[in-house]
Ligand binder design. Sequence first.
Ligand code: ARG
Length: 460
Amino acid sequence: MKLWSGRFGKETDALVNELNASIDFDQRLYKEDITGSMAHAKMLGACGIISPADTEAIVEGLAGILADVEAGKVEFSADNEDIHMNVEALLTARIGEAGKRLHTARSRNDQVALDFRMYVRERIPELIGQLLELERVLCRQAKQYQTAVMPGYTHLQRAQPISFAQHLMAYAHMFIRDITRLEDCQKRMNECPLGSGALAGTTYPIDRFLTAQTLGFDGPMGNSLDGVSDRDYALELMSALSILMMHLSRFSEEVILWCSWEFKFIELDDAYATGSSIMPQKKNPDVAELVRGKTGRVYGDLMSLLTVMKGLPLAYNKDMQEDKEPVFDAIDTVELCLPVFAAMLDTMTVRTDNMRRAAGMGFINATDCADYLTKKGMPFRDAYTVTGKLVARCTAAGKTLEELSLDELRESSELFEADVYEALKLENCMALRGSYGGPAVAETGRQIASIEDFVEAHTK
Ligand code: ARG
């Protein structure tokens, strides 16, 4: 029989039960549900709403249920719909009368809002921990490749010389923002909805500040309707996770390109690559492809909850039961991807020879050639034109800029002198880009150190 069967004259249709029940997925919230109920019962006791004896019986009964769930001794039942009613039914079966007093001054609406919020809040540190580990891997790798010249690209066309360290540090900076986005969202969500009741608070003399404090919140949520209706925090988390996945997906795309024979800038460790069932030679970057693919899935999770929420009038609506699966899926997916991705980067072999070879073609020192003339007094726009013509001449002759003789160069401008060859050397082109944030060794060194400081400060 249903907890709420009082006003009903019939059994619920079996298909309605199937549609309505959420225990299959919300049983994940058992711990938050039980902890929340313990805090609620203690508060009811402290405020004289239930007796000390009932309070004790409830808290002990709940502790027993928690232990039994963790020991795998509890079977939840779909007849009890969701985790909240399952726990309450178990409690009443165990302790009798007192169990029926637990739900005083509470609704499942503020209960689920509390449980879900605590669940989400408690999973954020794991996500941050995994991102910090990824940062450590990036710093370790970057330190080895500060002088490894590779072409930097725009439009996927070779553009200017950078180091592999500079490229890795670009992602390291994105992941720092991902971490701080998660921290922001964690801070903002730390208000307690418990005590909002069904939507309109309660006539009992409850102490919302006490439950908020017991459960580690900064305070109670300020409005009871908002308390039961808000799912912003879940959306904010999934937005942060979507942006994080977008970063991982761009990185994955590059890993896939770099593994191709066309680039061969890196080779993945055999443990982080897969083969083909028909082509014996294949070694595929499936990890990166799956991370790129799973990005779509996390975006879908975000879209699904945004869509569920967009038309809902205040306050609680059952549609909101659809909030949990996408959030669980988004968190699980990101937590599956991050450590594998970090390990894949940690174990890759970097082919600096191929990077250097690629950097040698494509005129990525053309800007430096124009800058050379500019520094000798020619206006930059003229220097740009002169260099462009030299590039055209080289392209026709199948040469690089530095393969032109000084006489050939001087046909374009008298400003060219013997020191131009030093200026065109890729290693110098990169080393001299010492502007703040640039690829010069001192600058990548500063970047790596700043990421390491951040990681250190965030490692407890
Ligand atoms: N299982 C429900 C959920 O996840 C709990 C809240 C039910 N409240 C209600 N009034 N039916 O949203």
